[in-house]
Design a protein around this ligand. Sequence first.
Ligand code: KIV
Ligand code: ZN
Length: 516
Amino acid sequence: MAFANDGIFFGDMVMAEKVIFFDTTLRDGEQSPGASLNIEEKLKIARQLAKLKVDIIEAGFPIASPGDFEAVKLISKEIKGPVICGLARTTQKDIDRAHEALREAEKPRIHTFIATSDIHLKHKLKMSRNEVIKTAYEAVKYAKKYVSDIEFSAEDAGRSDPVFLHEVIKTAISAGATTINIPDTVGYITPDEFGNIIRNIKEKVPGINDIILSVHCHNDLGLAVANSIAAVQNGARQIECTINGLGERAGNASLEEIVMILETRKNYFALDTGIKVDEIYRTSRLVSNLTGIIVQPNKAIVGANAFAHEAGIHQDGILKERSTYEIMSAETIGLDRNRLVLGKHSGRHALKSRLNELGYELAENELEKFYNNFKELADKKKEIFDDDLLSILNIIEGVKTIPEAYKLVSMKVSCGTNEKPKALVTLDVQGKNLSFEGSGDGPVDAVYHAIAEVTGTKSVLQAYIVKAITGGTDAQGDVTVEVEENNHTVFGRGVDTDIILASAKAYINALNKLVR
Ligand code: KIV
Ligand code: ZN
């Protein structure tokens, strides 16, 4: 019996090696333009990542801001199971701060990094190669006095001279690094090149087999997942990735795609992931809901169309035998396709237990608020799906966690075939009701003009996206807006069965975030 690669044949079963999943949604993922999360939102995501059974959660970059520091501290205290990691540059100040934030972690890791490409050395660091080697050594040694689990990253490794890169890695290992991470920071490398980089490191660097070799790929050319897979095929055993592929610029490698590649093609790769795959969909939705960054419908694994079959010939095949057009089932990732969850006769108990299944535990007063919103929606809408519940939750959480400078009091819109659309909007602005009647090219435009007048915002609306949650004409409208002010971009989201109201809520939600 032959196996594709390094699974060890053991009787009639394969003892597969494990790939370690290092999730950086809360650090690199939060660097996605517009994806700022508050501390409670970060804790919620960390809880869900622990349920997903990622091995390591990179909770933030503690020196970057007091908010980042507090988030890493809170996650260290609350989340047990995964290793909790904090990022630090190679300075003592950064490392002290990371250590301080990680103090209460059950399994703390300090992740320190310095660039190794000539471009970065010359233009950014203004350091010689020898200085970089010395700095890397001292940083790892310094971090080692705090914790035993140290990760060292050679930033822009993909564009670094291999001989110098090997020297830096050797030095970091000699100083005590337990994981060495090879980032393709700018997403420039192709899979065969990246595979060669990893194989060469495995073959040439002394001590490399005593540590975990990790990769961290960016998606500028759409190759982050392919590069990560090429790396594991050549000996990397830790993959750094994010939920929904969030991250700096075009994002990082997407966790759900890598996991499902390794799981769906297990006979080929003979590698274990340790990930609880049926938590994938829930995690993806939670991250999308909290960041306000929607998942593109055709995104692999978690996109709305990932398991939809449109062509008649495909539907016919699926009805005869699913495997004709499906390589994995929606249920595997925890997506229960057409499940009717609850209706207007459901009580608090059923609601609470469904919310628990979805990963949420609400306090009594929150459940009460939730229940009232749920009843309102159930009166308007026959069928309530999980997505509807999540959208109500979003509203409840919005009330709880985001200090609201503006609240919608009332809105009256008129439009028609021979009428200029008009909107009279009243907002509660710090306890005072302020109204304005705006007009525009359409009803949403009129509402937005009125809101802009009342709030006096100088922001610019960059994007407006509307989609329906679940099917049918009574589906909820889900509106996401991208708003920019003084080079600061935020996303706002609003959900309602009335899409004009959903649009108003999304805009007000974004303006509240700008104020915050
Ligand atoms: O992309 C990158 O190089 C990074 C490092 C800090 C690991 O995010
Ligand atoms: Zn990165």
